[in-house]
Design a protein around this ligand. Structure first.
Ligand SMILES: Cc1cc2nc3c(=O)[nH]c(=O)nc-3n(C[C@H](O)[C@H](O)[C@H](O)COP(=O)(O)O)c2cc1C
Length: 171
């Protein structure tokens, strides 16, 4: 099974999660690349696709990447976000991402990621965004070591699931 871990990142949080996922994959047939480095999305059996949540959704470069993936390729989604993990925003972004993928989505993982101070400062000055800016402030120091361990655990489980499908298909 040939696996790609592809990520889009602005400030490095999503890259950290991508590196942990890549590290957890117990195979030599794996690659770790930023989405813009990937010349051809074909030729992989499974692609982990990671992005930061921007404006409740998927940043445009990541949208374009997801749309290019062929239906025969299995996809796993992961994201980082400033909001609390239990909130609606991360779920909404993952739902939007699923809508862009033609093939099967095996699962998704999200965790918090520190938000740029400039963004928080700007939103603090807008009464309608102040509550979110306060929430986003508490994402400081994420993804932390527990988030990255969760990401590795998630990746190992996904691989078990994908291998189960592959065995079933061969029977
Ligand atoms: C322009 C912009 C918009 C953002 N919008 C959201 C949002 O709607 N919801 C959210 O939870 N986090 C939002 N964030 C926070 C990022 O998703 C979060 O900090 C993420 O971990 C950044 O990942 P990166 O370091 O890989 O770029 C936004 C950040 C930026 C810069």
């Amino acid at each position: 099974m040939k696996i790609l871990v592809a990520y889009y990142t602005k400030t490095g949080n999503t890259k950290k999660v991508a590196e942990s996922i890549h590290q957890a994959l117990d195979t030599n047939d794996k690659e770790l690349k930023s989405m813009k480095e990937v010349e051809d999305v074909g030729g992989y059996d499974l692609i982990f696709c990671g992005f930061p949540v921007h404006a409740h959704s998927v940043p445009v470069p990541a949208q374009n990447f997801l749309k290019k993936i062929q239906p025969s390729t299995k996809v796993v989604l992961f994201s980082t976000h400033g909001s609390q993990t239990e909130g609606q925003m991360p779920k909404e972004a993952i739902r939007n991402a699923i809508g862009l993928v033609k093939g099967e989505v095996l699962g998704s993982f999200t965790c918090r990621g520190e938000v740029e101070q400039e963004v928080i400062d700007e939103l603090m000055n807008k009464p309608e965004h102040r509550a979110w800016a306060m929430e986003a402030r508490s994402a400081q120091s994420h993804p932390d070591s527990a988030d990255l361990e969760d990401a590795r655990f998630f990746a190992r489980n996904i691989i078990r699931k994908a291998e189960g499908f592959a065995k079933f298909a061969r029977k």
